[in-house]
Design a protein around this ligand. Structure first.
Ligand SMILES: *[C@@H]1O[C@H](CO)[C@@H](O)[C@H](O)[C@H]1NC(C)=O
Ligand SMILES: *[C@@H]1O[C@H](CO)[C@@H](O)[C@H](O)[C@H]1NC(C)=O
Ligand SMILES: *[C@@H]1O[C@H](CO)[C@@H](O)[C@H](O)[C@H]1NC(C)=O
Ligand SMILES: *[C@@H]1O[C@H](CO)[C@@H](O)[C@H](O)[C@H]1NC(C)=O
Ligand SMILES: *[C@@H]1O[C@H](CO)[C@@H](O)[C@H](O)[C@H]1NC(C)=O
Length: 541
């Protein structure tokens, strides 16, 4: 595989890409990123458009495809895109977060070379720098199963991307300036569904047919509940795992999470509300879109359907009911249940606690007391070029110890091929959502209170879902198992975006002494170099 990748890289520079003759197909994307006027909540705002679109175009792919994405940064500021849930095996250089990848300077372009190796499912991309996510620049990613791999439900009549998220009328530079001054953000102004405010987005269906919706919470701050008036939703996939097909009246999606639901257009032919509202907030924001039957006899009627609001138990019970269908195939033909994660002994437990507080009179957020601050050089590049003084391994403890919040460029090291347990302890009164790049992990348990070793007795060691983003309820814990089979520098972050921006993240350096290309690809030949890595050579001569 690494040889094949090298061939591709050479061809890229000589413009012979399509002739690379590799075993896995290539898909090419040419994206122009610009600022443009958008009016999602009725007022003019500066949005981030991709090829003139807000939200950006979907990426459609099939397991193992190579995605060659040439991103032209036509903004007047540096820009990076990250690919939430795309594992980039052995290749954290392409991850598109500032700890791994240099920003694309204004007026320049950079070609991401990704492979959706051994993956299926619904994900999204988003801009990772400078609070750009508050301006758009996000879009859906779907990875279909290869033709001969069975999917545990019939092909739907339509397959729609539904990006939901809370939204501010303030532009991203104003929001960022507020955070830079050390202030918290106010409550958002509304919720967008595919970039549109209340009543703006619509989805067309034919009576009697079944549709798939791939829903992602691309918002900044709030868990959201999704529902369709008079229709039931059958959950079939979360972040690459085919779930036991369970039917719900509504679904909670926490920050950064994605899932697929099927629903049948089995109601009298008219228009219906799709409703999305904030969860666990005292003021509830609600937005709607329209489900339109092709033979619709009339517009939406009645109030939009109500959903759960502050109830945590409802959400916890739903989360626990989301299980892996062990007999269904995932990306490979063999059943998802053939990997018995519950029988593997963990070799290490990492406990992570989030906290909020002030440092030098400014609002910060921390993990195990460390509030992450970026360095002048991406950590992965410092690692590759052996540039000292950028980060220290062990600059974050693997257990909370209750110390005061301090600033550091936090990197935790873990051994390649270890099988570890991570416990997220949330002693705060907010819903937390954690995402780990480069991996998916088994969500083995979650409950209220403090995690103790006795909490392991309630783990689901049989059919927990494997995903890349998990919530932690207020004053609660969530435990995950992760097989550290992907060497690299991987961002572990809060998806609560102001928290991420103000330090609630760190990098997990999954390390091996091996320099074999089987374990990690070399730095991409086209890698941008910046900071103290400027002027280095991406290949030894
Ligand atoms: C990107 O779009 C801007 C605005 O339409 C245009 O001026 C620029 O030439 C485009 N760049 C590329 C590489 O297409
Ligand atoms: C955001 O709005 C401020 C004025 O409130 C303006 O100065 C700034 O240029 C705007 N930013 C963008 C990216 O449009
Ligand atoms: C920039 O885009 C051009 C085509 O528009 C392409 O030939 C070139 O390889 C790209 N550069 C990088 C660094 O990706
Ligand atoms: C699980 O997947 C199988 C396909 O292997 C499918 O026939 C079955 O309906 C699925 N069961 C549930 C409950 O989703
Ligand atoms: C896990 O640990 C237990 C107890 O130490 C041991 O009996 C068992 O063989 C181990 N299992 C594996 C798969 O290594």
């Amino acid at each position: 595989m690494q040889l094949h990748l090298a061939v591709v890289l050479l061809c890229a520079t000589s413009g012979l890409f399509a002739n690379a003759g590799a075993e896995d197909p290539y898909r090419f994307f040419d994206w122009n990123v610009t600022f443009g006027d958008i009016y999602p909540l009725g007022v003019r705002q500066t949005g981030i458009l991709i090829n003139g679109q807000f939200p950006g175009p979907d990426i459609h792919s099939v397991t193992n495809d190579n995605l060659i994405i040439n991103v032209h940064n036509s903004l007047n500021e540096p820009f990076l895109i990250s690919w939430s849930g795309i594992q980039q095996r052995r290749n954290s250089y392409e991850d598109g977060v500032y700890g791994t990848t240099c920003p694309i300077p204004p007026g320049k372009n950079f070609t991401y070379i990704l492979q959706v190796k051994d993956q299926i499912g619904s994900f999204f991309y988003f801009p990772s720098l400078a609070f750009h996510k508050a301006a758009g620049g996000f879009g859906g990613i779907r990875i279909l199963s290869r033709p001969r791999i069975p999917v545990p439900f019939p092909d739907p009549a339509g397959d729609y991307t539904v990006l939901i998220g809370d939204w501010y009328k303030s532009n991203h530079t104003n929001l960022k300036a507020r955070l830079d001054r050390g202030k918290k953000l106010p409550f958002p102004d509304g919720i967008l569904i595919n970039g549109r405010g209340p009543g703006g987005a619509s989805f067309n269906v034919e009576q009697g047919k079944t549709y798939r919706l791939r829903i992602s919470n691309v918002g900044l701050q709030n868990s959201l509940n999704f529902r369709i008036q008079n229709h039931r939703l059958t959950l079939v996939e979360v972040e690459g795992t085919h779930t036991l097909q369970t039917t719900y009246s509504s679904i909670d999606l926490h920050l950064g999470q994605s899932c697929s639901v099927l629903f049948k257009a089995d109601q009298p032919a008219k228009d219906y509300y799709i409703a999305v509202s904030t969860r666990f907030t005292s003021r509830v924001l609600t937005s709607t879109a329209i489900l339109r039957y092709s033979n619709s006899a009339g517009p939406v009627s009645g109030p939009p359907p109500g959903g759960p609001t502050i109830q945590i138990d409802w959400s916890l019970n739903q989360a626990r009911s989301i299980r892996t269908n062990l007999t269904a195939s995932g990306p490979r033909p063999n059943p998802q249940g053939s990997y018995h994660y519950g029988l593997i002994n963990t070799t290490k437990t990492i406990r992570l606690a989030n906290s909020a507080g002030q440092v030098n009179g400014k609002q910060r957020y921390a993990v195990n007391s460390v509030s992450f601050v970026p360095e002048d050089t991406p950590l992965k590049l410092a690692d590759y070029f052996k540039i000292g003084g950028v980060f220290r391994v062990g600059s974050i403890s693997d257990n909370p110890y209750g110390g005061k919040i301090y600033l550091d460029t936090s990197v935790m090291q873990a051994d390649y091929r270890a099988f570890i347990e991570i416990v997220f302890q949330n002693n705060e009164n907010i819903v937390q959502s954690w995402h780990l790049d480069g991996y998916s992990f088994f969500v083995v348990g979650m409950d209220g209170g403090q995690w103790t070793t006795a909490s392991r007795r309630e783990y689901n060691l049989r059919d927990a879902v494997s995903r890349c983003t998990t919530q932690v309820y207020p004053k609660s814990w969530t435990a995950i198992y992760v097989a550290l089979d992907n060497v690299g520098m991987w961002n572990l972050r809060s998806e609560f975006w102001a928290r991420q921006y103000l330090g609630q993240q760190f990098y997990l350096r999954v390390y091996t002494t091996s320099t074999s290309l089987r374990d990690e690809y070399p730095i991409p030949k086209n890698a941008l170099l910046c900071g103290r890595a400027s002027g280095r050579h991406t290949r030894p001569l």
